[in-house]
Design a protein around this ligand. Structure first.
Ligand SMILES: C[S@@+](CC[C@H](N)C(=O)[O-])C[C@H]1O[C@@H](n2cnc3c(N)ncnc32)[C@H](O)[C@@H]1O
Length: 345
C-alpha cells in the first residue's frame, strides 16, 4: 500500500518555523543582560541613545530590538525609536517581579544543549560529558556562572513567594529547614512573612556564602541558621517542616531517593516534607514543566516527575504523599513518614 502523501499546510509550516526558532530566546537574554528595558522606564527613546547608555553598537542593537518588537517585546513607536510593552516591562530591574536575571545566557549551558542529540540517544546528561564535571561541581569552580544561576533562582523565587506562600499554612510551623535553599531568598521571604518561624538554610558552601548579607538585609538573620553542607549527608533533625524547592527534578531516581532518605531519617513523627516543584501533567497539554524537564536532562541527568512517579519515589524513601496543592507556578506536594497517620496542618 502507498503511504498517504503529506499534506501541504502553509500555516503549519510557518508555525513550525516559529517554534523551531532559537534566535528570539538568545536575543531576549542579551537584551535583558544589557539592561535596555531600564533605559526605557521614562518612555520611548531612539536606538542611538539606548546604544550609548548600554554600551551597544547602535545598528546591531536596532536589528535586535526590531526582531523582538516583531514578537511584542518592545515596540518601534517611530522609525528607530523603541518603547516598552507589557512583555518588556518585566525585564526592568525595578519591576517587583523582575525577570531580568531569569534568562541568563551561559555559554556552558549552550554548549551542553548542543549535545541534546546524545542525551536522547543515551539518556545521559550532556553537561558532564562536555565540561568534564557535573553541573554543581562546575558551578563551584566558576563563580560568575554560579552567581548567574543564584540570581536566576532568586528571580523565580520572587514569583514563587507570591504564588506558593498562600497555598500552605506556613505560620503553623516553628522550625523549618530549606534543604538546598540556595542563597536564602525563599527562606528570607518566608521568615519575613511568618514572624514566629525559625529557619535553617542548607546548601553547598560556595552558595550559602551569599546568605548572611541577604538574610540580614531582610531583617531575619536572628531567626535563621546557615548550614554549609550536602543534602546527601545527615540533615538537621526534628524540624516541623523540610522544604525541597525545585531540588528533586535535578536528580535521577537513585539520587533523589538518597536525598529523600536523608530527610526521612531527620524527620520526627509529626514532621512534614514539602516538595515545591512542577509536576508533569499527562496528555498533550502544554506545561512549562515539560520544557524544563529537558533542561534537567541536558544539564544534570535529572527529571521532572508525574504525580504517580512522586508517589513511588516517596514510598521508596519511607514517605507517604499526604496532600497536593496546585498554585499558578509550582505545586506543593506534602508528605510525611509512611508509618503513623499525621494530624492535619
Ligand atoms: C535548582 S537550585 C534550587 C535552589 C532553591 N531551592 C530555589 O528553589 O531557589 C538547586 C540547589 O541545589 C543546591 N545543591 C546542589 N547539590 C547540592 C548538595 N549536594 N547539597 C546541598 N545543596 C545542593 C544548589 O547549590 C542549588 O542551590
Amino acid at each position: 500500500m502507498l503511504a498517504a502523501r503529506p499534506r501541504t499546510d502553509l500555516g503549519a509550516l510557518t508555525r513550525l518555523t516559529e517554534l523551531a526558532d532559537y534566535i528570539v530566546p538568545f536575543t531576549i537574554r542579551v537584551i535583558a543582560h544589557l539592561g535596555v528595558a531600564d533605559q526605557l522606564a521614562d518612555g520611548p527613546r531612539p536606538v542611538t541613545e539606548l546604544a550609548e547608555a548600554t554600551g551597544a553598537h547602535a545598528p546591531s542593537l536596532l536589528r535586535a530590538l526590531r526582531a523582538l518588537a516583531g514578537k511584542g517585546i518592545f515596540t518601534e513607536v517611530e522609525p528607530e525609536v523603541f518603547g516598552l510593552t507589557k512583555l518588556a516591562e518585566p525585564l526592568r530591574t525595578d519591576h517587583p517581579l523582575s525577570l531580568r536575571d531569569a534568562y541568563p545566557l551561559m555559554a556552558a549551558d549552550v554548549r551542553a544543549w548542543a549535545g541534546l542529540g546524545d542525551c536522547l540517544r543515551t539518556g545521559e546528561a550532556a553537561f558532564p560529558r562536555i565540561h568534564g564535571a557535573d553541573y554543581w561541581s562546575y558551578l563551584a569552580g566558576h563563580p560568575a556562572d554560579s552567581l548567574a544561576v543564584d540570581r536566576w533562582m532568586s528571580s523565580l523565587t520572587r514569583l514563587h513567594l507570591r504564588t506558593v506562600l498562600p497555598a500552605w499554612p506556613w505560620a503553623q510551623a516553628r522550625q523549618l529547614v530549606d534543604v538546598g535553599g540556595g542563597d536564602g531568598a525563599f527562606l528570607a521571604g518566608l521568615l519575613r512573612r511568618c514572624p514566629h518561624l525559625h529557619g535553617t538554610l542548607l546548601d553547598l558552601p560556595h552558595v550559602v556564602s551569599a546568605a548572611p548579607a541577604l538574610l540580614a538585609e531582610a531583617g531575619v538573620a536572628d531567626r535563621c541558621r546557615i548550614v554549609a553542607g550536602s543534602f546527601f549527608d545527615p540533615l538537621p533533625a526534628d524540624a516541623d517542616l523540610y522544604v525541597l524547592k525545585t531540588i528533586l527534578p535535578g536528580w535521577d531516581d537513585a539520587d533523589a531517593t538518597a536525598i529523600l532518605r536523608r530527610i526521612a531519617a531527620a524527620m520526627g513523627p509529626q514532621s512534614r516534607l514539602l516538595l515545591l516543584e512542577a509536576i508533569i501533567p499527562t496528555g498533550d497539554v502544554f506545561d512549562v514543566a515539560k520544557l524544563v524537564d529537558l533542561h534537567t536532562l541536558v544539564l544534570t541527568g535529572g527529571r521532572h516527575r508525574t504525580r504517580d512517579d512522586l508517589v513511588d519515589l516517596l514510598a521508596g524513601a519511607g514517605l507517604r504523599l499526604d496532600r497536593i496543592v496546585a498554585t499558578p507556578t509550582l505545586t506543593v506536594i506534602a508528605a510525611g513518614p509512611a508509618g503513623p497517620q499525621l494530624t492535619s496542618p
